[in-house]
Design a protein. Sequence first.
Length: 227
Amino acid sequence: MFIVYSFFVILRPKYKNQAKEYYMSLLDIILLAIALAMDCFTVSIVSGVILMKERRREGVRREGDRSQETGGILRMAFLFGFFQALMPLLGWLGISHFQSYMEAYDHWIAFLMLAFIGGKMIKESFGPEEEQHFNPSRLRTQLLLAIATSIDALAIGISFACTGFTELSQLTMPLLIIGIVSFLFSIIGYHLGRRFGKTITRRMKPELLGGVILILIGVKILITHLF
């Protein structure tokens, strides 16, 4: 998220008057969408690696399994895109009543969620394979990951409100771009994980790698907001 703040005015009261005169260009919005999609992209790569390992362990897949896997990929990508677009909207809607609360706690919530999921993955990576329960194709897991990686985007909604977006209709294009970019990056990341997962799993435990990555994403979100 650090790159996002290089494009926008820091949201402190003394800067708000100047911020109101600044309007984001299409390029700014696309760059913002790509920056927001990076966490989704990284988590999707990890998910692809882990699911590839599971498929190899299970052996030959049936046609129905392939269809189910494709549905799981699309659902994961949709959830990532949906929440990346939803959080800025919630931030924009809640700016007048909840700005101080969101600025104070959103990064801590994201950090704790990612640290919890990542810590669980790391713990399971040291146990027997049959006891490893982290499954990125489960709806509950996908929801947790989508919310955890997008919750810090609440602050982007606040920046929208401070950079000239005063009507809900003005947010339609930016939110669509953010959602679509996150959706596409999630699919690309998943397939990259599947493509290179065999090499990765030969050298390290994907659950361990995934847990470390999730914790690092959480730490990055925390540091970005605190400093």
